[in-house]
Design a protein around this ligand. Structure first.
Ligand SMILES: [Zn+2]
Length: 168
């Protein structure tokens, strides 16, 4: 799936999962930005805004109402927070502006609504797991292998540097 073709809508889990906008076609809502509390996702958010790669849009009321009807029909109404509903509403709004949209989320209820309205979505965490499996860390001295999330850059056996390497 070529992400560049799409206007991407990011929910909180996209930022928390470390999704990094690479072009200027990324959108979110004010509620999502308020939800982000951890330092890593706050930095990601601020950097994206500074670089002009993210727009914060408050969706129009008519699309919020549409979302509520959709969620009621699908049975997801109780699982969706106000933030979730507004991010779905923003998706509907951009789609209505004839934009090719894609939702970036790890939330199953939001993904479920995307299936119903036939909007493609992408999960960040799943992507992250794939990446973890392709990498390992290895000591440049004694060649000891470490898991990809090993926190230190110094080998505990020989003291040499540990580098990230593609797993064969
Ligand atoms: Zn070593």
């Amino acid at each position: 799936m070529k992400l560049k073709k799409y206007h991407k809508i990011l929910d909180s889990s996209a930022f928390i999962g470390g999704y990094t906008p690479s072009d200027e076609k990324n959108y979110t809502t004010p509620e999502v930005t308020e939800e982000l509390k951890d330092l890593k996702s706050r930095i990601l958010l601020e950097k994206s805004l500074e670089e002009g790669k993210l727009k914060i849009i408050n969706p129009k009321k008519e699309y919020i109402e549409k979302t509520e009807k959709l969620a009621e029909k699908s049975g997801d109404i109780l699982r969706l927070s106000k933030t979730d509903k507004k991010i779905i509403a923003l998706t509907l709004q951009l789609k209505n502006e004839n934009k090719k949209v894609m939702m970036i989320t790890d939330d199953y209820s939001i993904q479920n609504i995307m299936k119903i309205i036939k909007i493609p979505f992408k999960s960040v965490i799943t992507e992250g797991i794939n990446k973890i499996y392709q990498w390992e860390k290895i000591c440049i001295g004694c060649k000891k292998r470490y898991p990809p999330d090993h926190p230190s850059i110094q080998c505990e056996i020989c003291g040499s540097k540990i580098i990230k390497k593609k797993r064969k």
